[in-house]
Design a protein around this ligand. Structure first.
Ligand code: PXP
Length: 252
């Protein structure tokens, strides 16, 4: 089994820069179109409750103007569920926004929040929206996601990426083993497995070698690197890094 690895580009931080001055520039929808033209497979945007970067009309414009799947990241609240039902994105990724919704690794606490998540997952699925849960690669979280009927999980790679970039090699290796085992466990439950948070060229290339993972969602590094290289080049470099990593499956 080795599916093509999809790249979802998160355009939140284009909106962060726009909002630093107000006005319309730079436009996250324009960035999304450029990223698509450069070869990504979908666009991810997080409408936060405080609207700190992406705004409601960005979501509406993304849905109307892009020709690749929109992955709408949101908290599992009534307000966001209503927006998702109106927008009808291809996918929703449920993410934590408040400390109390998070595990120590930073993912959604699907174990503690079963009661809140269940109706939201049910409603979104019923509307034909693919639902994923952004969780740490902890067995208990993965089991809870499967029990809740979420068809997809997105493994939170933040702790692994932080350990890698800070040179904490033992911790990085432990996090990597957790991700590897988590991807296998989730796949065994029949879940589709995605990953994201903190990925750069090197970590995306490494994680691309895990055959159970079929989608990476990447934002901060790509938008930051685009300042130096341009978004088109940056997306192309990322695509090439992921393809190199994927090719390693066949060798191993
Ligand atoms: N996936 C999810 C669920 C996220 O919340 C984020 C961060 O917004 C990302 C992926 C992308 O993380 P980063 O911006 O660090 O690449």
């Amino acid at each position: 089994m080795s599916h093509r690895l999809r790249l979802g580009v998160n355009v939140d931080h284009v909106a962060t820069i726009r909002n630093a001055r107000g006005g319309r520039h730079p436009d996250p929808v324009r960035a999304a179109k450029l990223a698509i033209a450069a070869g990504c497979d979908g666009i991810t945007a997080h409408l936060r409750e405080d609207r700190r970067h992406i705004r409601d009309d960005d979501i509406a414009r993304l849905k109307a103007e892009i020709d690749k799947p929109l992955n709408f990241e949101m908290a599992a609240t009534e307000e966001m569920t209503a927006i998702a039902l109106t927008t009808k994105p291809h996918a929703v990724c449920l993410v934590p926004e408040k400390r109390t919704e998070r595990t120590t690794e930073g993912g959604l606490d699907a174990v503690k929040q079963r009661a809140q998540l269940k109706p939201v997952i049910h409603t979104l699925k019923h509307a034909g929206i693919r639902v994923s849960l952004f969780i740490a690669a902890q067995p208990a979280q993965i089991e809870a996601a499967a029990e809740l009927g979420a068809p997809v999980i997105e493994i939170h790679t933040g702790s692994w990426c932080d350990a890698l970039s800070e040179g904490r090699t033992t911790e990085a290796e432990a996090e990597w083993q957790l991700i590897r085992a988590g991807a296998l466990l989730a796949h065994g439950f029949g879940l589709e497995v995605h990953a994201g948070h903190g990925l750069d060229y090197a970590s995306a290339e490494s994680i691309a070698a895990l055959p159970q993972i079929v989608e990476l969602n990447i934002g901060h590094f790509l938008i930051g690197e685009a300042v130096f290289e341009g978004l088109t080049e940056t997306v192309k470099f990322m695509r090439a890094a992921m393809d190199r990593g994927r090719a390693n499956i066949k060798k191993s």
